[in-house]
Design a protein around this ligand. Sequence first.
Ligand code: NAP
Length: 473
Amino acid sequence: MAYQTINPYTNKLVKTYPDATTEEVETAISTGNALYNKWRAESVNSRAATLHKIADLLRENEDELARIATTDMGKLYAESKDEVELSASIADYYADHGSEMLKPTPISSRNTGDAEIFHQSTGVLMLVEPWNFPYYQIMRVFAPNFMVGNPMLLKHASNTPGSAAAFEKIVRDAGAPDGSLTNLFVSYDQVASIIADSRVQGVALTGSKRGGQSVAEIAGKNLKKNSMELGGSDAFIVLSDADIDTAVDLAWRVRIYNAGQVCTSAKRFIVADNLYDEFLKKLKANFEKLVPGDPMDPKTTIAPMNSKRAKEKLQGQIDKAVTGGAKIYYGNEPIDLPGQFLQPTILTDIDKDNPEFYDEMFGPVAQVFKVSSDEEAIELANDSELGLGGIVVSEDVQHGKHIAEQIETGMVFVNSFLVSLPELPFGGVKGSGYGREMSQLGLTAFTNDKLIVTAQAPDWNNSAGGLAVFKKD
Ligand code: NAP
């Protein structure tokens, strides 16, 4: 498997990285396992200063790290810088709060003595991460598990090896012990044998349904805990009482950010019939203003897609949707630049029998649907094999919240960007996977939530018989 940076703006091969050898994989696992045993004897808080240092180094090296990410996968330089800052803020959050959040949880029980759940480390984890946020995706799992005391192995996407190596270097430069995070340029088969290794206790994957199914199958066969953060085809519901300008201001931004390559990008715009025509007109006006170009240039507002393969896949989906009856309201014209640009495109008239109706379009393509009631909007939003996020826009926040409660996804935001922050749980249901990253839920995704009951030894001589384990009411 070739781990390569091919700059998607210039199409030039920047660097090829050597594949990991079997010996390197073995060393990484045994170093991680030794660190797990060392960390078990240390307090959670003993790792906080190093995690803060990682955050400091991310910020100090922001420009260079942003340049590496943009060269790897093409996103706007300003977006790469934002990602570095977000990653640093996640590290700071778990450094500040991880120890408190991992304190034992007392349980009120009829058992004699005190019952508590201890949240302890379990061992080495395998992280399989995608290219679309090449630092933040790692940090979502790294920061919580570094505090927990689970050492990690990283298999990053084959097109973002520069970012993978840069992240590993930051961790090392911050003084984290060897094995804290080891980046490996491994093949799928090597990932499978790592998951099967008895020293490895879990796997966290963010990526496509295809990748998730393969890795979850291997994890299941080996009875390894796993979390799956997969794709989304999020609905953006514009209710009949929405302010049209608020709706459109949110809509074009959430569809275009990161060249539309975000799992929680709004992909299906479900608009009340009284606002439909105006919504389309204003969405188009915003798409028309976007300026393709060098992602390092601050004047550029729409970046190339991450790779030739990704662009060709999306173009194929547009073509298939159109053959199946969809109409192009705007876009789908070639862009006269060498990079992997796809003109922002608006599709309408996508019926349920369109071959693309249930597919995730991972790029700058908005599918717009017209509905005549809240019920129809909810039904259409839930008519999806995926269930990651969603946005509802309404002038009446209670109305928006009421609709949000009926959407079958892991996250819904009313009148707001779907933001990802360390205190908020991130994840989905249905084909979008299972488990949550970040928040208390993500922090304990790979802990041993161990019950310890501490009681005085029973006084058998005075016991009335039987097992004297229950407290009297
Ligand atoms: P992908 O092909 O599944 O790749 C993601 C990662 O999984 C890469 O590191 C990839 O390695 C690896 N991988 C894939 N198949 C594997 C296998 N059989 N064994 C071991 N590793 C394997 O995903 P993508 O298409 O690049 O990423 C986009 C998808 O990710 C979209 O569907 C998007 O919605 C989803 N996503 C979800 C979230 C979330 O939090 N829910 C966040 C971001 C993206 P290679 O690069 O070497 O193939």
